[in-house]
Design a protein around this ligand. Structure first.
Ligand SMILES: [Zn+2]
Length: 139
């Protein structure tokens, strides 16, 4: 994991009050096109999560993407969002079908994406704000 993301993972865990998982893997995908930022996987039975992030993104963008994906992690681990065996997306017990979140023209209207897009910037700003506060500036 990029060192810069380690404290960010802990920060977003606390900030989003995510139930502690058995395991959370973060992988960097250096071969993804720049248009693809992140992807989150969750296994209900084992309580494990996996977040994939495009490794070519600039640092601030890695943090914003991590924030976005950790919102999805919270949605999954709380049971609000589910991907069933047939790959149907279920949000709050409503089946949205096999929507491909990468190509769906309604992508931004999907409730789980709406929430992630709404929270990602403020979470990242809060994280950087806290980092800056801990620095000891001398001028
Ligand atoms: Zn998303």
């Amino acid at each position: 994991m990029h060192n810069v993301l380690r404290p960010a993972v802990e920060f977003f865990y606390k900030e989003l009050k995510i139930k502690k998982l058995e395991k959370l893997d973060i992988s960097f995908m250096y071969w993804w096109p720049l248009s693809e930022h992140g992807q989150t996987w969750y296994t209900k039975e084992k309580k494990t999560g996996k977040i994939e992030i495009n490794g070519k993104l600039p640092e601030y963008s890695l943090v914003v993407t991590l924030a976005h994906e950790m919102v999805h992690l919270k949605q999954f681990s709380s049971g609000l969002l589910e991907l069933d065996e047939e790959e149907n997306w279920i949000w709050d017990n409503v089946n949205y079908g096999k929507t491909n979140t990468r190509t769906d023209k309604h992508y931004y209207n999907l409730p789980w994406e709406k929430e992630a897009w709404t929270l990602q910037s403020s979470l990242a700003l809060k994280y950087y704000g806290k980092l800056i506060q801990t620095l000891n500036f001398k001028s």
